[in-house]
Structure formats: C-alpha cells, structure tokens
Design a binder for this molecule. Structure first.
Ligand code: UD1
Length: 423
C-alpha cells in the first residue's frame, strides 16, 4: 500500500488544474444503460472509482473505452448481457447502486447487491428502493441482493417526496423516471450541481426534465433515449480542497476552471476566516489575507449549504486558526475519523456526537498518520503541508479514489510532497 510523505514548508503559489467531478461522472456513466446509442463523456477524472464503475458497466455488457488517457469515456450499451450488479464490485463502491434505476427503466428488471458497510456511517439505500417503488417497481431483498421488477409495460410515472435530501436516491430516481410511462414529480430532491449536470446530459439524450437545481424535479417519461456527448462539470470538492492549500500554507493559488457558484457557502466561510477569493477569467484566485486564519463555525448541509465532503479539509484549516471553532456534521454520523489523526499532529479537537470543537494552535507538528476515508486522507495532507517536519500519510488508496495526481498537482505549487510506494 502506498503512502504519501509531506514535508511542511512555506507558501504555495501558482495555478492548479481542477478535474471533472468524480461524483458527477459516477452518475453520468450509468446513464449509458438507458440508451442503445453511444454516450461519450469528456472532462472525465482519472480515478480508481471511475475504473470501478467502468468494470461494473462492462460486467453488464456495456462497452466502455477510456480515450485520451482516461479523460474521455466512450460508452455504448447497445447489447447488454446482464442485469445483475455483483457484490464483488458493489462492495468496493456504494455509487454502484446507481445502475439500479437505469436497468429497471430499460429492462424492467435488475439485481443489485446491497453495498454493505461504509467507514463514514451506516449509509443505507432505503430511499433508492422507495423511490423505485413509487415508480411501480416491486422490490425484494434476498441473498444480500435487491431484486427489482417493474410492472408489465414498464415503470410508471409517480410522485415521490424524499423524507430528507439524498443525492444518490435523487439521481437514481431521475435516471429511472426518464423512461417511465407518464409524469414523475420528485419533491425534496437534491439540488447539487452534479444533479443538474446529470439532468443536462439526460436532456441532451432526449429526456424531458424540468426543475433541476430546485427541490422539485418533474420528468415526463419518453419511449427511448438517444446518444450524446457531454462534458463533466468541474469537481467542486477537489476545487474546495485545493482552495484550502494557500489558505493553510499561505501564498496565492489560482484553481483553474473554478467557479464561485459551485462553492458559494464554502467561500463565505473562507471570507470570514480571512481568506480572499476572487473570480478571474482563469478560475478562482485564493490568498490568505494578513495574519493568522480566524476560527469560524461550520455546519454541513445539503447543497447549497456547506458540503460534508469539505468538512475534514476545513477542520485541517481550523486546527491552526486563531480561536475556537465548532464543526457540526449533519449529513453523516461518524464522519470525524480524521480528528484523532489530526490530534496526533498536535491539534486540539474534542468530538462530542455530531460536533467537533477545535481550539486553534500556532503550528501543527508532522507525524505518521493513517487515512481512514477519501476526504479524511486529503485533510491530513493539507495539515501536513502546514506542519513542522514530516508527515507520512498511509493507506492512500482512499485518496486515489477521488484525487488524480495529487502529488504532482501540489508539487507544481511548490509543496514538498512525494508518494512512497508499497508502505
Ligand atoms: C453523495 C456523494 C458523497 C457525499 C454525499 C452527501 C456520490 C457518489 N457521493 O453520496 O460524496 O458525501 O452525497 O453530499 O455522489 N441515506 C439514507 N438512505 C438512503 C440514502 C441516503 O438514509 O437510501 C442517508 C445517508 O446515510 C446520509 C444522507 O442520507 O446520512 C445523505 O446521503 P446521500 O445524499 O444519499 O449521499 P450519497 O448519494 O451516498
């Protein structure tokens, strides 16, 4: 297993490219299952999660070819051979459940393994299943698999109000409803930019969707969908993560392709902490204003609120802020596993239920630490960049699920960071 070695140092300066969004790509890829015609995604990120989704789609008989070093994914599902998503692949990545809606919509039948446990909480899939039921599907849970069956004649449009916001369940319902008979209304739907991106791609394929980006999405089912070429939206989580690099280390960094509307609530917190963010033609220019970062309180919420996927990285910033901050996690239970690792680096953090109180210290100190999940791992790298001495982050396979070429990108800004193979 690889590790990443970081030597804390001076300020970071320069431009950093931001990739297409992992979470958008993971919901756009299953859209290929809805059509016989080719779907091509450009601006795809090169990540292990994308390779896992590729394997899953290929296991169903879809053709998925990575072109231009993985930046372009050419997909075709003209002849699927299976409607069963096996446990071996699904257990590696929860987003595998997103093949359920498309398979059910096109074939009237799907078997998808239940994803199983996950490091950041229980994360059930009950809302995905309830949304399919609202479209007329019968669901049966047997042998660790969901066996889903559409009524004779296919899924029927229906109304479903999500009891709370779920990104994945909204995506699954949206995908399925495009081919259902009649009109579907999704209420209390997720509003994340990745949902809007999915809706735009489906519209290019011929789907009739209104209200994407609001909490009510209306879908008029169509008989068939065609092919399309679609560019994956910018990854707002990678963007936010790299915006924190100059915030923590000092310096001035432009995140290429960054747009303020993707990270508005996050930018408000950065501003309160004393970090300036400017929209330029190239992207978002970020710099730390004079003096130490100030403590700010953060509560994670569905979009447009502060993203849970930036909570760990924000905590790394707060570790050396002036004053005390409280971070509240409202989306996932048990998403503070980075706290004990940051404490190993000298941070003063007290976790109590869904809250973490962080008392800022002048400087963190390098230490060997362990990555526990995707966002936790990058928070430890950010902390290491600002710490005194060396930080060795082990188990970075988590990192490779969501960040491409992290060492190269940060080295180009002047960071002292390298991958150590096999540790
Ligand atoms: C997606 C993102 C993930 C992000 C999360 C919240 C992808 C591939 N992943 O995950 O990076 O952290 O949104 O922004 O896009 N829940 C249920 N039942 C369900 C579904 C969800 O109880 O059927 C709960 C979850 O446990 C969680 C909350 O709802 O507490 C929100 O989860 P959800 O928005 O569905 O997250 P994901 O789609 O899994």
């Amino acid at each position: 297993m690889d590790s990443i070695l970081v030597k804390g140092g001076g300020p970071l300066n320069g431009d950093i490219p931001i990739a297409g969004a992992k979470n958008a790509c993971l919901t756009l890829m299953p859209a290929t299952l809805l059509s016989e015609e080719p779907l091509t995604l450009t601006n795809a990120p090169r990540l292990s999660d994308i390779r896992t989704m590729t394997l899953l789609l290929q296991s169903l008989g879809a053709e998925v070819t990575a072109l231009q070093d993985g930046k372009v994914l050419a997909m075709s599902s003209h002849a699927l051979t299976s409607q069963r998503a096996e446990y071996d692949i699904v257990r590696k990545m929860r987003a595998s459940i997103l093949v359920l809606g498309p398979l059910l919509a096109r074939y009237g039948y799907a078997e998808v393994s239940l994803p199983g446990g996950c490091a950041i909480g229980a994360r059930p899939v009950d809302l995905h299943l309830k949304a399919m039921e609202a479209l007329g599907a019968e669901m049966d849970l047997r042998d660790g698999y969901v066996h889903a069956k559409a009524p004779a004649g296919g899924l029927r449009g229906g109304e479903f109000e999500f009891p709370f916001v779920s990104v994945g369940a909204t995506e699954n319902a949206l995908l399925a409803a495009t081919l259902a008979n009649g009109t579907t209304v999704l209420k209390n739907a997720a509003r994340e930019p990745e949902i809007v991106d999915l809706a735009h791609c489906l519209q290019k394929m011929g789907a009739q969707i209104e209200g994407e980006g609001t909490s009510t999405i209306t879908i008029q089912g169509v008989d068939r969908l065609g092919g399309a070429t679609h560019s994956v939206v910018t990854d707002r989580i990678e963007l936010g993560t790299y915006m924190l690099a100059p915030a923590i280390c000092g310096g001035e960094v432009t995140c290429l392709g960054g747009r303020i509307e993707l990270v508005e609530s996050f930018c408000e917190k950065l501003d309160a902490a004393g970090i300036s963010v400017e929209q330029t033609e190239k992207g978002l220019k970020v710099a730390r204003r004079n003096g130490r970062v100030k403590a700010v309180d953060v509560t994670t919420e569905p979009f447009p609120g502060f993203p849970t996927d930036l909570q760990a990285q924000m905590m790394a910033l707060m570790c050396t802020a002036e004053g005390t901050s409280v971070l509240e996690e409202k989306i996932f239970e048990n998403r503070f596993m980075h706290a004990p690792e940051l404490i190993r680096m000298g941070a003063r953090i007290d976790v109590h239920g869904g809250h973490a109180t962080v008392k800022g210290v002048e400087r963190l100190k390098g230490a060997p630490v362990m990555a526990t999940d995707l966002r936790a791992s990058v928070s430890l790298i950010l902390a290491g960049l600002a710490a005194e001495g060396e930080t060795l982050v082990s188990r970075v396979y988590h990192l490779d699920r969501g960040y491409e070429n992290v060492e190269e990108k940060l080295s180009a800004l002047g960071a002292n960071i390298e991958r150590v193979e096999g540790q």
